[in-house]
Design a protein around this ligand. Structure first.
Ligand code: NDP
Length: 500
């Protein structure tokens, strides 16, 4: 990698990684290797071991030992904070390497990957403070004879399953919060995007995290992921991915040890645009909301619900924005929209584009598989004349495909927005405070944006309503998810006897 050039190139040979257990990288040895090709370039970029279930058992045993002997949870919060802060600094030091592998394995633009890596360092820096401020509660109102405490304790050994769309960002929206709580963990990244998770494991050791506190097993979801969710010695699983696998996670918890769950699943997120909005701002936001990360984003704003009086004009404004976005080589600094991450996802998106046309929606722009002589790319797509019964209107496509539906009243806009099994995110664009607040209150979504979209950061929690998931990640709410509370009643003085 030439760090000084403005357009990087893929590596001449794939980099081989080991998996990570008990503070050490373990080479693949006799295990099979998964070779990942860059979706933007079509050349091999990484090789990752396919772990066995024995490897998983070893990783869980290391995490269990590290939890039970209290080498991490028994530390002062200030000492845990110091490790997390050092990790943030090391992420910044290795930012270029992380962004490079993130782009190679995922296909996202390098400029975007760099921004995400900076945000990830910030997650660690913020969560370090939470390691110190996490606390319980006290009850000084139980009378002179009794004092009550509620203490927070780490849940134990956490399993973390992360997807391929934001391999490093989603990881860092969870790991520092899990560690701030005092838990230890075993991570299973998506097989196609494991490299940056393995880099983070090295960083954590270098930052002073005791061995065994963060372990990484690699391999496919069907084998190693399934074994993880069924494992009897994992106390909690945080899963981010499809609703279908989310159901399998709930089932596995019930069939194993009732492990606690955090689930961040799909979304079909509304962008509600009123005629009184700053339409230039809104058009830019709606274009960004559907094309960012090629729409492979659980919170992407894939349903444009726009006031009828401006609907046609506004759809054209979004089209003009999208036509100006540069689709192409993810390693080119000027690229806005990179490659589709997997062949399977590429086929899913193209099949929805065909379905939309077959169902009678009008293609306003895009809809094409772009041929750059390398990788897989799809032009950002807008469909008009969409009705609620169409698959493109109700199912999560996870690609750069926007549907447009007009409305006449605030209540109709709210009804259309809520007409989905999902409740992950929503945006509203208006200069009228009454409309903004009414829509914010009435639309069911775990994340809400007013006159912006996809804003985030370490402070505010993430998560969904309805079938978009359970629990919250990030912020103080995120740390608390990885704790359980204990109620303590303390008698003061002599206890009044049951039998005199
Ligand atoms: P999956 O739900 O299959 O993958 C998400 C994660 O779960 C990956 O780490 C995967 O591993 C793992 N996994 C897969 N099967 C199992 C299993 N049986 N037990 C435990 N872990 C498992 O999503 P897909 O990659 O198939 O994408 C399908 C759709 O899911 C997308 O089109 C999109 O709609 C949605 N999705 C939503 C995401 C979100 O952020 N909410 C993220 C990704 C997908 P591996 O990849 O190695 O198989």
């Amino acid at each position: 990698m030439d760090k000084t050039s403005t357009t990087l190139s893929p590596p001449s040979a794939p980099r081989e990684f080991g998996f990570y257990v008990d503070g050490k990288s373990i080479p693949a040895g006799q295990r099979d290797l998964f070779e990942r090709s860059s979706p933007g370039h079509g050349v091999p970029v990484t090789r990752i071991p396919k772990c066995t279930t024995e490897d998983l058992d070893q990783a869980v045993a290391a995490a269990r030992m590290a939890f039970e002997d209290r080498r991490w949870s028994g530390l002062n919060g200030a000492d845990r904070a110091a490790v997390l802060l050092r990790a943030g600094a090391l992420i910044r030091e290795r930012a270029e390497e992380i962004a490079y592998f993130e782009t190679l394995e995922n296909g996202k633009p390098i400029s975007q990957a760099r921004g995400e890596v900076g945000g990830c360092a910030d997650m660690f820096e913020y969560a370090s403070g939470l390691a110190r401020s996490l606390h319980g509660d006290s009850f000084n109102n139980l009378g002179d004879g009794m004092f009550g405490l509620v203490t927070r304790e780490p849940v134990g050994v956490c399993g973390l399953i992360t997807p391929w769309n934001f391999p490093f960002l989603i990881l860092c929206e969870r790991v520092p919060y899990i560690l701030a709580s005092g838990c230890t963990l075993v991570v299973k990244p998506s097989e196609v995007t494991s490299a940056t998770t393995l880099i983070l494991a090295e960083i954590m050791t270098d930052a002073g995290l005791p061995s065994g506190c963060m372990n990484v097993v690699t391999g496919s979801g069907r084998s190693i992921g399934q074994a993880l969710i069924e494992h009897q010695d994992i106390d909690m699983v945080s899963f981010t991915g499809s609703t279908a696998v989310g159901r399998a996670v709930v089932e596995a918890s019930a069939k194993s040890n009732f492990k606690k769950l955090g689930l961040e699943l799909g979304g079909k997120n509304p962008q509600i645009v009123f005629a009184d909005a700053d339409l230039e701002d809104a058009a830019d936001g709606v274009a960004f909301g559907i094309a960012f990360n090629t729409g492979q984003c659980c919170v992407s704003g894939s349903r444009l619900i726009v006031e009828r009086s401006v609907a046609d004009k506004f759809a054209l404004m979004v089209k003009h924005k999208l036509e100006k976005a540069r689709v192409g080589d993810p390693l080119d600094e000027a690229t806005h929209i990179g490659a589709i991450t997997t062949d399977a996802q590429n086929s899913v998106i193209m099949s929805y584009i065909e379905k939309g046309q077959a169902e009678g929606a009008t293609l306003i722009c895009g809809g094409e598989q772009l041929d750059f002589g390398m990788g897989q790319y799809i032009s950002p797509t807008i469909f008009g004349d969409v009705t609620p019964d169409m698959a493109i209107a109700s199912e999560e496509i996870f690609g750069p495909v926007l549907t447009v539906m007009p409305f006449d009243t605030v209540h109709e806009a709210i009804d259309i927005a809520n007409d989905t099994e999902y409740g992950l995110a929503a945006s509203v664009w208006t200069k009228n405070i009454d409309k903004a607040l009414t829509v914010t209150r009435r639309v069911q979504a775990g994340r809400f944006w007013v006159n912006t979209t996809l804003a985030g950061g370490p402070e505010l929690p993430l998560g969904g309503m309805k079938q978009s998931g359970w629990g919250r990640e990030a912020g103080m709410y995120g740390v608390e998810e990885y704790t359980q509370v204990k109620s303590v009643h303390i008698e003061i003085g002599k206890r009044s006897h049951w039998i005199e």
